[in-house]
Design a protein around this ligand. Structure first.
Ligand SMILES: [Fe+2]
Ligand SMILES: [Fe+2]
Length: 148
């Protein structure tokens, strides 16, 4: 039995909206774990779909913020996002073909999320905070929400 993933303070990157999005991704991971344990195939598919969509939207927010702060690692970070999005799409495809992918997805997600938040996202946070005022940051994030 896989334990539920818990949100801990060290996962916070200090931008409330981005933190809230990461928390939501943690929720998705736990939902996927539940769906897998109860053996509900349909639920696994629904969570996978929701997770892929939500993650893509989250990436859009992050990329807008780091672009505005002229973070030098933006292109690299974006490539990491793209790689992960392709991986999620691949899982969705395999799921649609009837494969049991939940355990593999969970394993990938657990590793990815921790690395993504604790290392990659932390990398851009300092520059974003130093470069953008809270008002600028709020306005960029609001534009992202409006575009969705
Ligand atoms: Fe992130
Ligand atoms: Fe990221």
């Amino acid at each position: 039995m896989v334990k539920a993933l818990k949100w801990t303070a060290d996962l916070s990157i200090g931008i409330d909206l981005i933190d809230a999005q990461h928390k939501r991704i943690v929720d998705y991971i736990n939902q996927l774990n539940d769906a897998r344990q109860t053996g509900e195939k349909k639920a696994v598919g629904l969570v996978l779909e929701g997770l892929a969509e939500y993650t893509l939207s989250h990436f859009g927010y992050e990329e807008a913020v780091m672009t505005a702060a002229r973070f030098p690692g933006t292109a690299r970070h974006r490539r990491g996002h793209e790689r992960f999005a392709r991986q999620l799409a691949e899982y969705g495809h395999r799921y649609a073909l009837g494969e049991e992918v939940a355990a593999e997805v969970l394993d990938t997600l657990n590793k990815w999320l921790l690395n993504h938040i604790k290392r990659e996202d932390h990398d851009y946070m300092d520059l974003v905070k130093a470069t953008l005022s809270p008002a600028q940051l709020a306005s960029i994030l609001a534009d992202c929400s409006a575009a969705r």
